[in-house]
Write a protein that binds this ligand. Structure first.
Ligand SMILES: Nc1nc2c(ncn2[C@@H]2O[C@H](COP(=O)(O)OP(=O)(O)OP(=O)(O)O)[C@@H](O)[C@H]2O)c(=O)[nH]1
Ligand SMILES: [Mg+2]
Length: 322
């Protein structure tokens, strides 16, 4: 037996030592995390009762502790001396939440008509499966046509699922929006040729295995998007948002667009994750009506919805759903 080998599993001393150091570091990290939590809780526990109540309401609404504590302390700094009523505090909290979130300046109104040979403005949608990308593509297309008079083409590079191509064909026909299907990245370039398209909305497949992500990068490179939205569902847990976002952050993402706000029991997770992702909120989708259930983030009173609950729209009986 060699001198440096111990009985325990036959591992060299250096390996055992670094494993021990790693375990110790993990312990210290955990302790520091707990200490931070405790300090945050202490900072909140010294505040007047109405702020503590607001803090626990935010936690119940799925805000993470860091965000809830930061919001409540900022509120106390700004309105504390006025001794606000519960109602005033709620309104101030809604404002504070909105002010703490970056919201995108919508680019569709700024898209100019293209002349022959000019590349269209390209908006790409990426994200996990079932997040609502394809639905968002239709909504954005109809919004761009109806509100801004743009000549739009939708291009789908999701050719994996049975029926997905036929689905796009059918819905694009119903909505009277030209469409293209890209089986390979180079198809995208061909689909964008011609001077009669101002805006392309690119839908991608919601697969997240490594091969699929590499392929996604190739599609994105071929499309050269002006804007990439990471589409996430507001019903996802913060942990799922964190892990999913990590998978897609290799792409040059500009905005996070949230769907299914109508199905989310609370919005604390959406707001907290926007803060730690550090990306501006793009669009909001709150149902399947086209295009009514789509709002650019600057028109969304997210703070009010988070505090008071969302006012659901009265459904338009004439509206198309997807
Ligand atoms: N309630 C609700 N349902 C939505 C919303 N957006 C999309 N959906 C529904 O969610 C389901 C999935 O939407 P898709 O648009 O197909 O999702 P996707 O991201 O394209 O999914 P993959 O193509 O599988 O990656 C569909 O049944 C949509 O009707 C929304 O804002 N609210
Ligand atoms: Mg899809």
């Amino acid at each position: 037996m060699k001198a440096f080998v111990r009985d325990s599993g036959g591992l060299p001393d250096s390996t055992l030592q670094s494993a021990a150091i790693e375990a110790r570091l993990a312990q210290i990290e955990e302790l520091l995390g707990e200490l931070h939590e405790w300090m945050r809780a202490e900072q909140v526990s010294s505040l007047p009762a109405q702020y503590r109540k607001l803090y626990s309401n935010l936690i119940t609404a799925d805000f993470d502790r860091r965000t809830a504590s930061a919001l409540v302390r900022a509120l106390f700094q700004s309105v504390g001396k006025n001794d606000p009523s519960d109602e005033e505090l709620k309104i101030a909290a809604a404002h504070e939440i909105d002010a703490s979130i970056e919201k995108m300046k919508e680019s569709l109104p700024e898209v100019r008509p293209r002349t022959s040979g000019q590349k269209p403005f390209v908006v790409a949608l990426v994200g996990p499966s079932g997040a609502g990308k394809t639905t968002m593509m239709y909504k954005l297309a109809v919004r761009a046509v109806l509100n801004f008079g743009l000549r739009v083409k939708i291009i789908s590079c999701d050719t994996y699922k049975i029926g997905s191509v036929e689905g796009v064909q059918t819905i694009a026909d119903i909505l009277s929006v030209p469409f293209g299907i890209a089986f390979e990245p180079r198809d995208i370039t061909e689909q964008m040729l011609g001077g009669d398209i101002d805006l392309v909305i690119l839908d991608t497949a919601g697969r997240s295995d490594r091969a699929a992500r590499e392929e996604l990068s190739e599609f994105i490179a071929a499309a050269g998007p002006d804007e990439i939205h990471l589409v996430l569902s507001a019903t996802m847990s913060q942990r799922a948002i964190q892990e999913t976002a990590a998978l897609f952050l290799g792409e040059r993402i500009n905005h996070v667009t949230f769907t299914k706000l109508d199905e989310a029991p609370s919005l604390g997770g959406v707001i907290s994750s926007l803060r730690w992702l550090g990306l501006p909120l793009g669009f909001i989708s709150s149902g399947t009506m086209i295009p009514d259930d789509l709002l650019p983030s600057r028109q969304v009173p997210l703070g009010e919805w988070a505090i008071e609950g969302m006012a659901l729209q009265t459904p338009d009986p004439e509206a198309a759903h997807v």
